[in-house]
Design a protein around this ligand. Sequence first.
Ligand SMILES: *Cc1c(COP(=O)(O)O)cnc(C)c1O
Length: 389
Amino acid sequence: MSDLSYILNELGEDRDNYFNAVAPPIVQTSNFTFKSVADFRKGLSDEYNALLYSRGNNPTVDILRKKLAALDGAEDALVFGSGIASIAIPLIALLKSGDHVVSVAKPYSWTIKLFEKVLPKFGIHTTFVDGTVTANFEKAITPETKLIYLESPNTFTYELQDIAAVTALAKKKSIVTMIDNSYCSPLNQQPYTMGVDLVAQSATKFIGGHSDVVAGVVTGSKEMIKKIFDGEFLNIGGNISPMNAWLLIRGLRTIHLRMERVCNTTKKVVDFLANRPEVERVLFPFHPSFPQYELAKKQMKDAGGLFSAVLKAKSVNEIEAFCNSLKRFFMAVSWGGHESLVIPSVVSIKPEDFNLSDPNHRLIRFYVGLEDADYLISDLKQALGQLGR
Ligand SMILES: *Cc1c(COP(=O)(O)O)cnc(C)c1O
């Protein structure tokens, strides 16, 4: 992406119009005035191309949309009040009663709930498939299949899909494809350029980057984005506030530096854990032990931030003692910020259901932030001392 510097520093900005300020204004307004009935009529009849009301367009949000579309190599972007809105609203816009979706197994937890609980209320049904084998998508397609949903990699066990192969299959059958690209961000993977129609991303993560905004984005062709905008985007009202759009523009100024740092530190932390006797295995797309390492190298520019490790713990107490003793990794949901985090899978398993022989029960999901590698590794070292005591 040779024009990355231009996208992050200049694209979409119109400094002549606001006192040549370097930072854009936060246009904190709900509505916009018109000088004539004719102009007002025009704005109302084509809100996609007008400044009418901030549930639709807003100048601060517009700057962000231009940058995010360009980062994905797409024509347009829509920004939402959360990542899950950037998935749910496009799906509701594109699907109708009787339609069928083929989704990769184990996408983000709220995406699973959307497919299993919300969309069936409107007569839309989903089949989940193991996406590590492209033929599984083909086998699950029915005459009603309108959309194939991908998330490559996911954010707990990191299974990949061969994005170019799946989109080629979908195009042959005129099926729309959509992907959750949060793990990679547009800097490490550009699914739109590989043929995916809609690319969603939780902007809460790498775009925001400071753990202070919840937001989402979807990018695609102008035609598809306009269809979503004119319909469900305006009707459901999942828009972002101008203030939060401004914070995301600020996040974008440094995203390349943060990603590079996170990716480099993650490799050091993964290598440390992979060589420890207390660790059964690490799960990380760019580790040579990963089953889809070759595919990861082929379709991703880099990997980083999120990885998991299976501990050789002898009890749930040992896993809890490991996590409780971490001082530099905080225990919290989310990721993509400056701070390193952990989630042990046992947080969502009742103690009486804990099964030592199931590696997924001994799995810890790590996020590596902007701290020094040594600072994080020494914390892991002392916490591993809690195992086998
Ligand atoms: C966080 C996340 C989401 C949801 O985004 P929110 O901004 O929390 O609504 C979706 N997909 C993935 C992979 C995520 O990590």
